[in-house]
Design a protein around this ligand. Structure first.
Ligand code: NAD
Length: 509
């Protein structure tokens, strides 16, 4: 797995190891395979993480399967109390979690705290689960016959999460999955695995029984083990589009319920009547927050002429004031997650130049408030990006903001609708009629009206269209409760003395 030199590999043997979390305790991996975990602001390996093999997948799933019946049968009140305690503990310790998160992902501390807050919202939603898993009851559907439904957990559910939200994305799923009575095996990103361990320990402290929540670290081998394991009943995946498609097809072939959220390329449509100062602030926040490593980041500004020149001036002058550096200091933007990812993102600037785009601000070689070895790339602004350029067609997932100029609202909408992804989009305008028309005509799952990152609150559901999602179920909200439960319809008759004897037909009265 590692791409380091032999010397780097041997020195990694002395580093702390991030172990699995199985049966309510840390379990160092036995596969003999590990991956390096970097501090992106320092550019050095600070830990290694165990990578599970098939035998460890079997062990983790067996532990979760064993814990399932007792957890399913625990009273709603007791499960609810554990979720409440977890909410309180997470709220108290979110500062500690944010530090861990920043040290492995690189995002600035305030952003790490924001991510945890969004995850907490789902925990809070999950604490109200009793109301959301109530069944229905119809009395006397036929003489002496009642019909009712219950919502039952699935069993062991698998969650596979990406590097960019190591706390929030797992929390899109596991609070709901656990609350309704499932046991969970989480396979976090191997790039920033420690946040999941922190959450596992908090769940233990909150009173969650051993085996109900498992963290299994790994790469493709562990993922394939979960996708193919007969005792894993569902897969919730978030990551890049090609992997999401693979997960969806493989897990579905193995008979599982699947929700697989993929990549994105989010456009912001700016109409000529928009408040350009608000647009410029929003483009900066949504383009460069978390170093652009957000699936809801804005990566393309679609400017309806004649506003492009004025808007670009406003964005460029704001970019000059951004501070880039170690996320533990008071900076606006941190490093990218790995050197390899930084180099890939930076390579798009060369592609832009080769394709004849206008690189207005080049983020390479910027001044940083941090170690020179960190994985730095400054905010980058590229104007007149050709629609055939890979800068426009591919997800870049870094602090690179493109500008495309169009002549009309209609041209802008057609452009956005022609894209392969349909995760998020935004329109900036003061014309309510245009905004209303946009929300109807645009083929994207999450829409902002003068809001650049329209991530739905926990009681709505999160998910896009087209190549941004595979499977019909979005994350959290009511769809989350549906995904993690299955309904039983029960027809019951308690005989009374007047039961009426044999009748081979369907009851008619
Ligand atoms: P990734 O696809 O590389 O990895 C996601 C998960 O899949 C990780 O746990 C990883 O270990 C595993 N994985 C990687 N390669 C695999 C393979 N060949 N087979 C099986 N499993 C594999 O994604 P990432 O780089 O960690 O995260 C960034 C991506 O996630 C971006 O594309 C971003 O848009 C997307 N994302 C989407 C959403 C959304 O809600 N749509 C949210 C966050 C991130």
């Amino acid at each position: 797995m590692t791409t380091e030199s032999p010397t780097e590999q041997s020195s990694q043997a002395d580093l702390p190891l991030v172990a699995h979390w199985i049966d309510g305790t840390q379990r160092p991996g036995r596969s003999g395979r590990t991956a390096p975990v970097y501090d992106p602001a320092l550019g050095v390996v600070t830990k290694t993480v165990s990578l599970a093999d098939r035998a460890e997948v079997d062990e983790a799933v067996a532990s979760a399967a064993k814990a399932f019946p007792a957890w399913r049968d625990m009273s709603i009140t007791k499960r609810q109390q554990i979720m409440f305690r977890f909410r309180e503990l997470l709220n108290e310790r979110k500062g500690d979690l944010a530090e861990i998160l920043t040290s492995e992902h690189g995002k600035v501390l305030s952003d790490a705290l924001g991510e945890i807050t969004r995850g907490l919202e789902v925990v809070e939603l999950a604490t109200g689960f009793p109301h959301l898993i109530k069944g229905e009851f119809s009395q006397q559907v036929s003489t002496g016959v009642d019909v009712y439904s219950t919502k039952s957990p699935l069993g062991v559910v698998g969650i596979i999460s990406p590097f960019n939200f190591p706390a929030m994305v797992p929390m899109w799923f596991f609070p709901i999955a656990l609350a309704v009575g499932n046991t969970v095996v989480l396979k976090p990103s191997e790039k920033d695995p420690s946040s999941a361990m922190f959450l596992a320990d908090l769940l233990r402290e909150a009173g969650l029984p051993d085996g109900v929540f498992t963290v299994l670290h790994g790469d493709k081998e562990a993922v394939d083990g979960l996708l193919e394991h007969p005792d894993v009943k569902s897969i919730s995946f978030v990551g890049s589009t090609p992997i999401a498609q693979y997960i969806y097809e493989t897990a579905a072939r193995h008979g599982k319920r699947v929700q697989a959220l993929g990549g994105a390329k989010n456009h912001m449509l700016v109409l000529p009547d928009a408040d350009l100062d608000l647009v410029a602030d929003s483009a900066i926040n949504a383009g460069f927050g978390s170093a652009g490593e957000r699936c809801m980041a804005i990566s393309v500004v679609v400017a309806v002429e004649p506003v492009a020149d004025e808007l670009i001036d406003k964005i460029r002058s704001r970019m000059a004031g951004l501070t880039i550096g170690d996320g533990r200091r008071s900076c606006d933007m941190g490093p990218l997650v790995t050197r390899q990812h930084r180099d890939k993102v930076a390579s798009y600037i060369d592609v832009a130049l080769e394709d004849g785009a206008d690189v207005v601000v080049d983020g390479r070689g910027i001044e940083v408030d941090g170690d020179a070895s960190g994985f730095w790339l400054g905010p980058t602004l590229i104007d007149r990006v050709p629609l055939t350029s890979r800068v426009y067609t591919e997800e870049i997932f870094g602090p690179v903001l493109s500008v495309v100029r169009v002549a009309s609202y209609e041209e802008g909408v057609a452009l956005i609708n022609a894209g392969a992804f349909g995760n998020g989009t935004a329109i900036f305008t003061n014309d309510g009629g245009a905004a209303r028309r946009f929300q109807n005509e645009i083929e994207v799952g999450m829409i902002g009206i003068n809001v650049p990152i329209p991530v739905p609150v926990a009681y709505y559901s999160f998910g896009g269209f087209k190549d941004s999602i595979f499977g019909s179920s979005k994350a959290y909200g009511l769809q989350g409760f549906d995904f993690f439960t299955r309904e039983k319809a029960i027809t019951s008759r308690w005989l009374d003395p007047s039961h009426g004897g044999i009748n081979l037909g369907f009851p008619q009265n």
